[in-house]
Design a binder for this molecule. Sequence first.
Ligand code: ADP
Ligand code: MG
Length: 260
Amino acid sequence: MSEWANSGERSAGRAGAASPADAGVDAQDQAALVIEARAVGRRYTEGSLDVTVLDGVDLQVMRGQSLALVGASGSGKSTLLHLLGGLDQPSAGVVRLMGRDWASMSVTEQGAWRNQHLGFVYQFHHLLPEFTALDNVAMPLRIRRLSVPDARRQALQALQAVGLGERALHRPAELSGGERQRVAVARALVTRPACLLADEPTGNLDRRTADTVFELLLQRSREEGTALLVVTHDEQLARRCDRRLELVGGRVAGTAAPRG
Ligand code: ADP
Ligand code: MG
């Protein structure tokens, strides 16, 4: 077991812990702690049928750290990401982002918290087709009520950081699949979030393009000190992250991967 298996997931088996301090996380760890799940469960009830998707998941991601989440199709990876992003409510356990429990916030507060601290990248880019790359990337800043010129200026910097400064005025249909995902990465990072949640961000790309986009994701989040949690099917890509966790039977079964 590596150090991360001990520090990041050491809460396993301490499901009753009420706060990070109780789980033995030292003060330095706590300052760097960005997102955490504690004893998280998610059950769906359909008629008389109870389906347990997640059953006591513990994880923590620190500032600047990358974590690959792997697991068979249907193992609950997307469900877990939704819970971490406060887009769904756990049936059991607690999810905290930047020290705040999603369950303690109103829907309005959750929206503001998400805009302030989180970026999302999905398998499909979800760019707005009628907007340029620039205005797609500027959107989260407009939601923050930045002026159009200020939002566009920062959006252009974010596009330049993913190597697409020259494509700023193109619409999604005029870009390749890889370029669209790079725009999606720029949009997710333009607000400089503490945490980036990515659900199979390269799942729709060919091998070589997937490689480039994944590398960019790692590079940009390292540069920004963003905690990166990325779901991938690709073991080769997963190995490039600081840590790898596997979901099996609704629980974390992964061991940590060495940095490199
Ligand atoms: P993954 O992303 O690992 O492929 P998901 O998190 O999407 O897996 O789904 C995990 C399991 O949860 C699947 O068996 C799926 O059918 C089930 N599930 C997801 N959402 C719902 C829902 N709204 N109602 C019932 N079951 C669901
Ligand atoms: Mg999924």
